[in-house]
Design a protein around this ligand. Structure first.
Ligand code: NAD
Length: 493
């Protein structure tokens, strides 16, 4: 069994309490490593080191170009160690090796992207209407950043939070999910070797209710960036409000994947399958509701069922596997519970609906790809996030009804639209409550493209240039060049 330490203030340490948590291999259903169970004293050390690095140095005294160089070295280190990182990630959360390998090349590129941006975060010179006055703005790092991440893509989340924050000159303390912390600790090793000064990037492991809550409450944290469920997100926003911390939240979804009768149905069926059975449906952007125009409902359903029936479940390390295990025991139970809910509400199961069995499939971790028809949009299975391989098929008549049903949920993360009609694609994109609309494609991510949710799916945007401004404050410097004439003390200038 491997044993990881935490990375705090440039040192590898046990928790102050010397307590440990087991971390599971979801495919084998057994613990494979231990991580420290950090609590508030561990968090305090990490935050104090981050504050010192940001205010006294060396991070604060390095030029933006030097900071960018460190970020570039991190991208190189990730590329050179991609094989090991991928193996650790798969071991820890059961994601497909092929998917993690693809993600890792984007992870390295993302570090390069923000490395390049680090020395281009310029202020402005403002030609104010006042006489004899010079005004300019500067961009300053917001302060110590707390990054809390979910278990389904830990390396990706740590990167899309830490890379822009570090490019902005902030220091970062990451609290990864207790279910999958190992890859973030491996990333810390690479960052140290890449020349990241001590204290600028720390990783505190532990439970959300202990280490996570202590980090969010810490008075010296200026900004929280969180990826996880809407329930935890709401708690974090509440805690942030008490100390007026800046907060951005990447939360869940109940996204509509909408197929019109003029779409290429083979393409759409593949997009539907990828949108809900990819990563065993354990993705915030899962297209868990397929909205299908009634004239093509039978044809599309048949195509989707045929594709889903042939999905190869099994070992995530095996290149022949399409779908791996459910990542955590509580998540496995949650998916089973939703199967009961769907059936109790009268949805008709046309595929799956039970734990999977067979060669290469470990007991207690796999669920068959599951499809329900006769789903009404007000059923719980159509309203609540399952985060598993469960698809609901819902019919609509026309564009107006597709928009109404599509938007009739609490969430607003992404939407898919399948049509050959460009006008319709644009009308739908404008009307849907979603931070991202994918047209004739699904699950197309890029670190360059802003991503985030409307409504209960979150606050703020990650990726792209926009993300870096979340970690910066604008300061206005207003100077008078007229120093000879005293002014009237009682009149605003
Ligand atoms: P979660 O909310 O249970 O946990 C997320 C993180 O918050 C973990 O690190 C956890 O330890 C921590 N945490 C839990 N309680 C806390 C508390 N009281 N104070 C501080 N931290 C706390 O979510 P999860 O089960 O890890 O992830 C699944 C959820 O994440 C799904 O809802 C999914 O949709 C969402 N998600 C969203 C995105 C996105 O980009 N929008 C991406 C992936 C996952």
């Amino acid at each position: 069994m491997s044993k990881y330490q935490m990375y705090i203030a440039g040192e590898w340490v046990d928790a102050d309490s010397s307590d440990w948590l087991d971390t599971m291999d979801p495919y084998r259903g057994a613990a494979w490593a231990q991580i420290p169970r950090g609590r508030s004293s561990d968090v305090s050390r990490a935050v104090a080191a981050a504050k010192e690095a940001m205010t006294i140095g060396p991070w604060a005294t390095m030029s933006a170009s030097q900071r960018g160089r460190v970020l570039r070295n991190i991208g190189d280190a990730i590329s050179q160690n991609a094989e090991r990182l991928a193996e650790v990630e798969v071991r820890d959360n059961g994601k497909l090796l092929a998917e993690v390998q693809g993600q890792l090349s984007a992870v390295a590129e993302c570090w390069y992207y923000y490395a390049g941006l680090a020395d281009k975060l310029e202020g402005a010179s403002i030609p104010v209407e006042k006489p004899n006055t010079v005004v300019f703005t500067t961009r300053e790092p917001v302060g110590v950043v707390a990054a809390l991440t979910a278990w389904n893509s830990p390396l990706w989340f740590a990167t899309v939070k830490a890379a822009p924050a570090l490019a902005a000159g902030c220091a970062v303390v990451v609290k990864p999910s207790e279910f999958a912390s190992a890859s973030t600790l491996e990333l810390a090793t690479l960052m140290k070797d890449a020349g990241m000064p001590a204290g600028v990037f720390s990783v505190v492991t532990g439970l959300g209710s202990e280490a996570g809550a202590a980090l969010v409450e810490h008075p010296d944290v200026a900004k929280i960036t969180f990826t996880g469920s809407d329930v935890t997100g709401a708690k974090i926003a509440e805690a942030a409000a008490r100390t007026l911390k800046r907060v951005s939240l990447e939360l869940g979804g109940k996204s509509p994947n909408i197929v019109f009768d003029d779409a290429d149905l083979d393409l759409a069926a593949t997009g539907v399958v990828s949108g809900i059975f990819g990563a065993a449906g354990q993705m915030c952007a899962a297209g868990s509701r397929v909205l299908v125009q009634n004239s093509i409902k039978d044809e599309l359903t048949e195509k989707v069922v045929n594709l889903a029936r042939n999905i190869q479940l099994g070992d995530p390390m095996d290149p022949r596997t399409n779908v791996g295990p459910i990542s955590t025991p509580p998540q496995y139970q949650k998916v089973l519970d939703y199967i009961q809910v769907a059936e109790a509400d009268g949805a008709r199961c046309i595929l799956g609906g039970k734990p999977a069995a067979g060669p290469g499939i470990t007991e207690g971790q796999f669920i068959e790809p599951t499809i329900y028809t006769d789903v009404a949009n007000d059923m719980r299975i159509a309203q609540e996030e399952v985060f598993g391989p469960i698809l609901s098929i819902i019919e609509f008549d026309d564009e107006e009804e597709a928009v109404r049903i599509g938007n009739d949920v609490a969430y607003g993360l992404v939407a898919g639209v399948w049509t050959r009609d460009v006008g319709r694609a644009l009308r739908m994109s404008k009307s849907l409550d979603a931070g991202t609309v994918w047209v004739n494609t699904y699950r197309m991510y890029s670190y360059m493209v802003p991503f985030g949710g409307m409504k209960r799916s979150g606050l703020g945007r990650e990726h792209g240039r926009e993300a870096v401004y979340d970690f910066l404050e604008t300061k206005s410097i207003v100077m008078s060049t007229d120093i000879n004439k005293p002014s009237n003390a009682f009149v605003m200038r």
